[in-house]
Design a protein. Structure first.
Length: 165
């Protein structure tokens, strides 16, 4: 029942969001294999917030605006500032990042930067604690991550995908 509630919230959030580019009240979507997939990052963020601390298997189309890495993990971000509430961080584990580099002879950061990608993964909200002088403070914020579990779950968008809405 809670899952259906979460999906309903995502649907309603997508229908009420506005696109800065089009001025339309319709959610941003992409058409993939004759199916519409939302590209509205706030819909993903809202779903992650509703199901927190659990995760949800989903997919989406995103433009990678910035990248980063920490302890071998690679982060492909949909916003220039990873702390932006609209940001979705697509997370590649150290194992997947290494596998990617071996296969493509290029880092995932360089390969995916400024490109549209199709991703399948576990959507989860993550609590990020601030620290001061090496100690965790009592302040935190949330990030929305999509954790990729296989190299097959992330790819560049091809010419057959069209934007709708």
């Amino acid at each position: 029942m809670r899952l259906w509630t979460a999906l309903l919230i995502v649907l309603l959030a997508g229908c009420s969001s506005t696109s800065q580019n089009s001025g339309s009240s319709l959610p941003q979507t992409a058409k993939i294999d004759d199916k519409s997939v939302t590209t509205d990052t706030m819909a993903y963020r809202n779903l992650a917030a509703v199901i927190y601390p659990r995760s949800f298997e989903t997919g989406g189309v995103f433009r990678v605006k910035a990248t980063g890495s920490l302890e071998g993990r690679v982060f492909l971000n949909t916003e220039y500032d990873y702390r932006d509430p609209r940001n979705i961080s697509i997370v590649l584990s150290p194992e997947i990042a290494t596998e990617f580099e071996k296969k493509y002879e290029m880092s995932p950061e360089a390969y995916f930067l400024k490109k549209r990608i199709l991703v399948k993964g576990q959507l989860v909200q993550v609590k990020i604690w601030f620290s001061s002088n090496g100690k965790r403070s009592n302040k935190y914020y949330y990030q929305t991550h999509m954790r990729v579990s296989s190299l097959d779950d992330i790819s560049l968008m091809n010419a057959t995908v069209s934007t709708v809405g």
